[in-house]
Unconditional design. Sequence first.
Length: 294
Amino acid sequence: MPELPEVETVRRGLEPVLSGRRIARLEQRRADLRFPLPDAFAKRVAGRRIQALTRRAKYLVAEFEGGQTLIMHLGMSGRFTISPSVGSGKMPGDFTHGTGADPKHDHVIFHTEDGTTVTYNDPRRFGFMVMAPTESIDQHPLIRNLGPEPLGNALNAGYLAARAQGRKTDLKAFLMDQRNVAGLGNIYVCEALHQARLSPKRAARCLARTNGLPTDRAERLVTAIREVLSAAIDAGGSSLRDYRQADGALGYFQHAFRVYGREDEPCTKPGCRGTVRRIVQSGRSTFFCSGCQR
DNA sequence: AAGAACTCCTGTTGGC
DNA sequence: TGCCAACAGGAGTTCT
């Protein structure tokens, strides 16, 4: 579900209440999400301070004092919601305790030392939380094989060209694969390909070097990925069904979608008279304009 | 080794 | 209204 912009938005929302704060108590309401929750989870977290809350790809990463790091993934329907401490200035009744979602799916609740609670709610339970030693976190199986962060310098046309060399898989699947680029999902792959005017059906090897130079296609794609993700983060992510920011607010980038969810609507690209189509690739919906995406 | 299919789980939506 | 199938933002595992 949440892709990089949504996870980054959640991280920014949680950082002020979690980073540098001690977890007084952790409430665990079931044994597992997608995978079992960490052994002795509550005991390992209680009384420990979160030294940093970062993000890698679609993972939220909480580094605890004492050498352990919690890796969290929101799956398709996971959300974190902050409830302020009593007496924080809010009027009683201003804030519904919990997530605003069905409380029967409140699975993990972090109580910070100052009384704030952070609740993880996840109806589909595709999310997960894993604890691992901080010192070797980069070698963790969930982290080890991730491709570069798309907003960092490591993603560039030369990298993409090399990575796509000889790959017959289509561009859609290539970009969805977290080993190639980390953090993209169905929505932003569709949007980035549209902006780059590339067909999702094209073989990934079209990005590879020709005459020793990265292709114009690879350049356009890198630019498009960066612009789409940056704009989405600025908008607080995209809210379709479940996604909310940590303060409960909706994201609003969904209003800026050019192709996603716009089947049969006209292409918005200036000068393009095409219509947005929906096809299925690797079992998932792809939205694109066959007029301007080649 | 790459690529495709299958799997986990619940909720919503659209067709009949 | 009820029922059922299809679908939803992900990704690890298991096949071919």
